[in-house]
Design a protein around this ligand. Structure first.
Ligand code: ADP
Ligand code: MG
Length: 246
């Protein structure tokens, strides 16, 4: 359902993604690991088009976009494509002056043109799903970091995207708050949504991921099952990295 072919991203003259080929099936969970600076965030941001790739192509469901340094896809095509993705970042980007419920309603109202009543019903359902039904009228400052990230997940889902992307969603959290966020992601993974998760939570990756990608210097050095990558990798760099995480 997601296919990247020869996807490249250069910042100026610096290649950050080097001709990435990748195919992800509908309903699978993919965990991306790798050293800092290897291009993990850039990969996610090229899938959600927060960054425009400089070469190659992306197909997501029915839509396909081709990129080159010379010309960009038209803005409407970019916007349509972007709406099929939802992203949860490390720190939450909630609107501070809106309640949890309003944060989840805003996308459906402004971008999907749902009525207020429909957007509200959807937001209520999604907040229930992330275990925050009782917290919907709280403002972000009245929520813990873990609860804020769960609102962020509900907000990303409110656009009903084909794919959900997570960029180190738990790395800014106090250790005791990590579990509740991973638990929500685990439930999403079981529900059949397609997920791509950058995380260094090995246990989560081992239990939940269908595939694990190891990125290094803008390439996918390894692409396999958790066992392939965590236990049987033949690449010294991968083994060293994993042993430091464990
Ligand atoms: P990771 O998420 O794996 O830590 P990133 O995707 O953030 O890595 O970064 C990969 C490389 O791209 C790094 O060398 C980083 O400095 C560079 N980079 C990322 N974003 C930009 C940008 N907007 N402009 C220039 N260089 C960038
Ligand atoms: Mg990153």
């Amino acid at each position: 359902m997601l296919t990247l072919q020869g996807l490249t991203k250069q910042f100026g003259d610096v290649p950050v993604l080097k001709a990435i080929d990748l195919e992800l099936s509908q309903g699978t969970t993919t965990v991306v690991i790798g050293p800092s600076g290897s291009g993990k965030s850039t990969l996610l941001n090229c899938i959600n088009l927060l960054e425009l790739p400089t070469g190659g192509s992306i197909r997501l469901g029915e839509s396909q976009l081709r990129f080159s340094q010379a010309d960009k896809p038209n803005p409407k095509a970019i916007l349509d494509f972007r709406r099929q993705t939802g992203t949860v970042f490390q720190g939450n980007h909630l609107f501070p002056h809106m309640t949890a419920l309003e944060n989840v309603m805003v996308g459906p109202i402004t971008a999907r043109r749902l009525t207020r009543a429909d957007a509200r019903a959807l937001a209520v359902k999604l907040l229930e799903q992330v275990g925050l039904g009782a917290f919907r009228d709280r403002y972000p400052y009245q929520l813990s970091g873990g609860q804020q990230q769960r609102v962020g997940i509900a907000r990303a889902m409110s656009m009903e995207p084909q794919i959900l992307l997570f960029d180190e969603p738990t790395s800014a959290l106090d250790p005791e708050l990590v579990g509740e966020v991973l638990e929500v992601m685990r439930a999403l993974s079981r529900s059949g949504i397609t997920l791509v998760v950058v995380t260094h939570e090995l246990e989560f990756a081992s239990r939940v991921a269908d595939r694990v990608l190891f990125m290094d210097q803008g390439t996918i050095l390894e692409n396999g099952t958790p066992e392939d990558v965590f236990v049987h990798s033949r690449q010294e760099r991968v083994r060293q990295f994993v042993s430091r995480l464990a």
